[in-house]
Design a protein around this ligand. Structure first.
Ligand code: 5AD
Ligand code: SF4
Length: 439
């Protein structure tokens, strides 16, 4: 039987789809790339904003055309939206046969057997212990160069706007030995970069014979080989420690880039969002990053128009962006999510057109800053890990430097998986253009 898996949302979801592929592969299912050959379609979903969910609803409706051609086709919704809506989704979308939440993927073989016989199934129990740590993910969307390793699951920070603690459950850390084994085996297969994933990697803590913290885990993975790059995402500003920054600074193969979601530049908003830090604390952490690693890139997430946000709060965000000068930002309009603290206790009172205007102002400012940051890169030379052929032209390759910036350059003899030295010769706000240094 053939299974087609479609993934939406964050990196964690892509990592989960690889775990699902492994679970099903072991039971004799084939994971296929062509949806037309599928007996089962699984949509691994995101619930973080309403528009993410709407997009998935449309996709589910579109699949009806395929089901008309192939009535035996069964469709399932997995992941965060499945966890949030549970059986309600089965009731609302009549062409779905099953839903499975993020901690239920081991049940998928049984679920498929059941729905194959015409039944419906919903598995949405959350676990406090499941980390899928014995499962070697199959790399479904891999490029053979860089791979995700999930090191923890869940989140219990309960930011007021965020649905994730409800869809992914309590925080739990994966056994470090299995993380190391996965990283080693990726390196042996020829991978040159691993990205350690968790909602908040700074709270990684494994209580074994000896407790393991995130900085120690990072150090151990970096020790596997000097030509294996190590990245991680995401850190919460409230506990970005000097210990972690020191470990990053001390290892050449730990990439010099930090994603540090700020969410707002206003102290009043940060408090209302339950972020557990204020602007001064955040700026102090930015200073610390620059002290330990002057060449480190810094990126962020920001929400425009959270409940009660005033023009003054918004100005504080713009001001923070001017001070930090991020290399990249993921910028969003606030979307009220059911079940969250905000949904229960606050009102979504910033009009949509005001949210849109504020978001546009942030995007315009950030675009300008990113371009100026990139212009300063012209003339510098970076070690770049080649990832693949450029989307624009077959004669060009693209790769990333340690700072996670994308560089595009003429191919010469280079191949994906190789390190090359590239001199930056031009840029846009999003990419650096360069030339391989041949001598
Ligand atoms: N509305 C808008 N953006 C949100 N995010 C999380 N929840 C919401 C929401 N309800 C953003 C945050 C987070 C990123 C993954 O998504 O910025 O860091
Ligand atoms: Fe990832 Fe959050 Fe979306 Fe779930 S809701 S897929 S954790 S971004």
């Amino acid at each position: 039987m053939n299974v087609y898996i479609e993934t939406y949302g964050c990196q964690m979801n892509f990592a989960d789809s690889d775990v699902i592929g492994a679970i099903l592969g072991k039971e004799g299912y084939s994971i296929v790339n062509d949806i037309a050959t599928a007996d089962y379609v699984m949509i691994n979903t995101c619930a973080i904003r309403d528009n993410a969910e709407q997009r998935i609803r449309h996709r589910v409706h579109d699949l009806k055309a395929l089901q008309r051609k192939k009535p035996s086709l069964r469709i399932g919704v997995l992941g965060c939206m499945a966890e949030r809506l549970k059986t309600q989704l089965l009731a609302e979308e009549d062409n779905i046969s099953f839903v499975a939440g993020p901690d239920s993927y081991r049940s998928l073989p049984q679920i498929l057997r059941k729905v194959g016989q015409g039944g419906k199934a919903a598995e949405t129990e959350l676990s406090t212990t499941e980390t899928y740590d014995d499962i070697q993910p199959v790399r479904l969307n891999g490029n053979g160069v860089s791979a995700y390793i999930s090191i923890m699951r869940g989140c219990q920070n309960f930011c007021a706007y965020c649905v994730v603690p409800y869809t992914r459950g309590r925080e739990r850390s994966r056994n470090p030995e299995t993380v190391m084994a996965e990283a080693r085996s990726l390196y042996d297969e020829g991978y040159k970069e691993v990205v350690l994933l968790g909602q908040n990697v700074n709270s990684y803590r494994y209580e074994g014979a000896e407790a393991m913290s995130f900085p120690r885990l990072l150090e151990s993975v970096a020790a596997i080989a000097p030509d294996l790059r190590v990245r991680y995402a995401t850190s919460h500003p409230k506990d970005l420690s000097d210990d972690l920054l020191r470990v990053m600074a001390d290892h050449d193969n730990i990439c010099k880039s930090i994603h540090l979601p700020v969410q707002s530049g206003s102290d009043r908003m940060l408090k209302l969002m339950n972020r557990h830090y204020d602007r001064a604390w955040y700026l102090d952490r930015i200073d610390a990053i620059r002290r330990y690693m002057p060449d480190c890139s810094i990126t962020t997430d920001i929400i425009a128009g959270f409940c009660t946000e005033t023009e003054e709060d918004h100005q504080a965000t713009l001001d923070l962006f001017r001070r930090v000068r991020y290399d990249y930002a993921f910028m969003f309009k606030f979307s009220m999510r059911p079940d969250t603290y905000a949904a229960k206790h606050l009102s979504d009172d910033v009009p949509d057109e005001v949210k849109t205007r504020r978001l546009e102002e942030i995007i315009a400012l950030q675009g300008q800053i990113a371009l100026e940051n990139n212009q300063k890169e012209i003339g510098r030379t970076y070690e770049v890990l080649v990832e693949g052929v450029s989307h624009r032209s077959d004669s060009q390759l693209f790769g990333r430097n340690s700072q996670n910036k994308v560089l595009v350059f003429d191919r010469h003899e280079a191949k994906p998986g190789q390190y090359v030295r590239v001199k930056v010769t031009g840029c846009t706000a999003a990419t650096l253009k360069g030339e391989i240094e041949t001598s």
